[in-house]
Design a protein around this ligand. Structure first.
Ligand code: PAF
Length: 276
């Protein structure tokens, strides 16, 4: 991979990078398309990173479709598919590995539900950045908290990498595409779309009525109840500031509503940016 990237650099090509865990869908392919716009040579990695899964999570069940992924990537114009194994990503004992932590931002929301998750993400992304040495790295906005944490890591550790966030790709009902949607039944796939609809309804009410502490509390509570009634188990629904993902305060203009809820066997996350 290094030799191929170095050869591209010798030809004065810029390098774009899309890290993934495979089982690629149109959302990932959109990231490749955007990476192509920003760089001359595009590397895509597929690595199901064990350190970002908690003990009771779906590491062993995580879908793997490497042949289909390779075909789709070739079609979408990726130049290099990097498929490292555990021995490449974590040589030696995993528990002796240096860990990259973004404190604060990594501990809230998904970080509360999944305490090891973001340390696993930042550690593996940091290592992948050092391996690939991209000029530009592309991530989906569906994982909004992940994207914010990676931007923070890149700033804090002075990585010379431009991070580009890409809008979420959705199915015909509005459900955000995710490899974990494969765990849902047909009926649940339809129900899943309610997550985004709920966020949209919260956004309309914030735009109409203005941001107050009381309205935020009311909307967060009512939305959780609506989702519960529809069969979800909501983990959090929260109105935050885009800049640092802290809870929104009166006067904030650039907001994002973040949500996570379990539906059947899948833990779904979604978000909606709101400008006031
Ligand atoms: O978003 C993902 O697929 C993963 O968290 C990432 C960024 C590839 C790190 O393993």
């Amino acid at each position: 991979m290094r030799a191929a990237v170095n050869a591209a650099r010798k030809e004065r090509k810029s390098v774009g990078f899309v890290p993934t865990m495979g089982n690629l869908h149109s959302g990932h392919l959109e990231l490749v398309k955007i990476a192509r716009r920003h760089a001359d040579f595009v590397v895509v990695s597929i690595y199901v990173n064990p350190t970002q899964f908690g003990a009771n999570e779906d590491l062993d069940a995580y879908p793997s479709t490497p042949e289909e992924d390779a075909r789709a990537l070739a079609e979408y114009g990726a130049d290099l598919l990097f498929l490292p194994g555990d021995e490449v990503m974590y040589p030696g004992k995993i528990e002796d590995q240096t860990v990259v932590t973004v404190p604060g931002m990594g501990e809230r929301y998904c970080g509360q539900d999944r305490p090891v998750h973001f340390n696993g993400v930042t550690t593996v992304v940091s290592r992948l950045f050092n391996m690939v040495q991209p000029d530009v790295a592309v991530f989906g906005k569906k994982d909004y908290q992940q994207l914010a944490i990676i931007r923070k890591m890149v700033g804090d550790l002075a990585y010379p990498v431009e991070v580009v966030g890409v809008d979420t790709v959705r199915d015909e009902n509005g459900l955000a595409l995710s490899s974990r949607n494969g765990y849902l039944t047909k009926a649940q796939l339809k129900t899943g779309a309610l997550l985004q609809q709920t966020l949209q309804s919260m956004a309309s009410q914030l735009v109409e009525n203005g941001l107050t502490k009381a309205l935020i509390a009311q909307l967060e509570k009512e939305s959780a109840i609506e989702l519960e009634n529809a069969g979800f188990e909501p983990h959090y629904i929260t109105v935050c500031r885009q800049v640092d993902l802290l809870p929104a305060q009166e006067g904030d203009k650039k907001l994002v509503i973040l949500a996570a809820a379990v539906l059947g066997k899948a833990r779904l996350i979604d978000n909606l940016e709101v400008g006031l």
